[in-house]
Design a protein around this ligand. Sequence first.
Ligand code: SF4
Ligand code: SF4
Length: 303
Amino acid sequence: MAHDLHLYWRGPLSSCNYDCPYCPFAKRQSSRAELAADEAALARFVAWCADHRGHGQRLSLAFTPWGEAMIRPHYQAALIELSRLEWVAAVAIQTNLSGRLEWIADADPRRLALWTTYHPGEVALDDFLARCARLDAAGLRYSVGVVGLREHFDHIDELRARLAAGVYLWINAYKSSGPGYYRPGEAERLSAIDPLFDLNALRHPSSGQACAAGSRSLFVDGHGDVRRCHFVDSVRGNLYRDPLPALLGEQPCPQSSCGCFIGYVHLERLGLRQRFGDGLAARLPNWDPSSTTSAAASPTTGP
Ligand code: SF4
Ligand code: SF4
C-alpha cells in the first residue's frame, strides 16, 4: 500500500490572542506586513498541494503555527480548500479553538480535523466544551490536549469527564523545568487519562535511529525550504524549486534525542505512525479512546 506523504507547514505568522504563561507567543501580535507575507506563503503552499500532477502524492497535511493561526481567514480558506482535494487524506491545524467556527460548515469533514488545546487559564471549561460540541455537531473530528502542569490536574480530570468519550485527550508532559517535575503517583494519574503520556514525558534517544521524518514526512517553512523535521536545521532543498524525490531520503537521526510528539511519532522503533494512521495530522489515534486501556495503546519500546 502506498504511504501518505506527511507535510508539516509553518509560515511566518508568529502571534497569539491568548496569554499562556508557558508560551513564547503569548499575546504577541503580527504586523499587517507579517500577516500579508504569511497569507502569500500559505497561498503558495496550497497551490503546490493542489497540483496533484506535479507531486503525485496522497498528502497528509498538518499546520503547526507559531501561535494561533486558525482565527485568520486565510487559514480558514486554506483548510476548506485542502479538505476538498481528493488526494488529501487529512488536513489539520493546531489551534486553541478560540476563533469563529462558522466556516467549518464549508470544509469536508472526512478530511479536515483539528488538533485543539485547552488552556485553563485562558478560557472557561464550559466555553471550551461548548466549542467542542459545535465540532461534534458539524461531524468534525478533533483531539484535545492540555499541558500537564500540576495546577491543571483537576481541570484535566473534569475535561475527561465531560468530553465525549470518543475524543482523545492527550497530555503534554511539562518538561520546561527539566526532568523530575512529577511527584510519585502524578505520572500514573495522567497516564490513566492519556495512555501515551509516558511516551511524551521523556526525550527519546534518537541518534542514529531510523525515523520516517525525511522519507515520508517533511517540514516546509514559509519560503518553501524543506527540512526533514522541525528539529533538524539543515535544509534539504526547496519545495517550489526542487523535484520532490530530491527532497526525500532515509537517513538516521542526527539529534541525540527527540522529545516532541511531532518528532518522535516518526521514530520507527516506537511504531506510533501505525497507531495514528490518517489521524496523525490531528493527533487522532486509530483506537477508540473510550475503550482505551494501557494494553490497547501500549507502544513498542524496544529498539
Ligand atoms: S494558545 Fe497556544 S500559542 Fe497561544 S499563548 Fe497559549 S500556548 Fe501559546
Ligand atoms: S527522531 Fe526527531 S529529531 Fe530525529 S529525525 Fe526524527 S523527528 Fe527529527
